[in-house]
Design a protein around this ligand. Sequence first.
Ligand code: MG
Length: 395
Amino acid sequence: MSFNPASQNIAIVIVAAGRGERSGFSKPKQYLPLMGTAVLTRAIEAFQSALPNAIIQTVIADGDILLFQEAVGNRPGLQDAVTGGANRQASVLQGLKALQPHNPDIVLIHDAARPLVSSDLIERVLSHVESGVGVVPGLPVADTLRKCNDSFLGETVSRDGLQAMQTPQAFPFAGILAAHLSAIENAYDNLTDDAEVFRKSGGKVLCVIGDRLNLKLTYPEDFKYAERIMGQEFETRTGQGFDVHAFTDGDEIILCGVPIPHSRSLKGHSDADVGLHALTDAVLGALADGDIGQHFPPSDPKWKGVSSDIFIKEALARLKARRGRLLHVDLTLICEQPKIGPHRQDLRTSIASLCGLEIDRVSVKATTSERLGFTGRGEGIAALATATISLPAAP
Ligand code: MG
């Protein structure tokens, strides 16, 4: 019998229970950010994008639930995390047991510390699974291998036939679960990977070509290397936005979400937050995704009087949907009155909070127009914004 991945129920165990003793990091490496997103989250997202219908079971260390929730949160298709065991083998077994009620045909077992796993590799591994046959990705060893004792050189080890093992490793679900249970019965309790567990119970394991970019993050420099690889796949874009609102009778204006007492109000269909409107258009501009009027037509009564944080949040949701990230915003407000200076910090804090940015990535500037033009005559406020974003580069 051969498996056809397209017609099979596929499940994934992502093992994230390690403590990262080798790395010397402040917290377990699977929860550290890699280009702004936790390593474990990136691993989960890689599988969700390659196999949108698969069930994903994460295994975490006892006591890491808060770290997990902070990094990953709740996602459709993701099972509640289960607690692992004393070592990797024991943790995988907990993940497999949790998948039993779903009775998948195939399971992929993956280390969270490999967040750069590609769809190509996942498909390559899956396409070779058969009844009684597991699949591992391996890479021929490139470096000369030599034993060192107390820093002194010992014997050279022949590279002939040696392969470095990666994950994901794919197996028929029932077969690998039985192999894990039998390993425990036979007191094989610290095997380093699932291929070894499967082999010990008589299963065959096919080695397919791995992926050199599927790095295992172990040491701090591995993070730098991974970010360098990922950086090449991102591009930086800027967008601009401009908006004007006229003054009308009133005693308060809303700027960047902050109410500011004033002898006038701003006139508009929504709350007339000229700063947030310019910022929203700047983000949409960087995405080349229309403008605020197109997404929120003033003719639609739905937007009457609404708070403008809705607009910037929608633009940021569009940015997130394209896996982009806001890096920096720069806003210039042009008016004679009110004086912006005394409110500048409040405006920056409000924008930083709305946009999920650090305060030093938010600039608010103000100028008059030297009493020239409509802003100079005190008829309204103009705002000019620039947004800089990072976006995955088109393939
Ligand atoms: Mg406007």
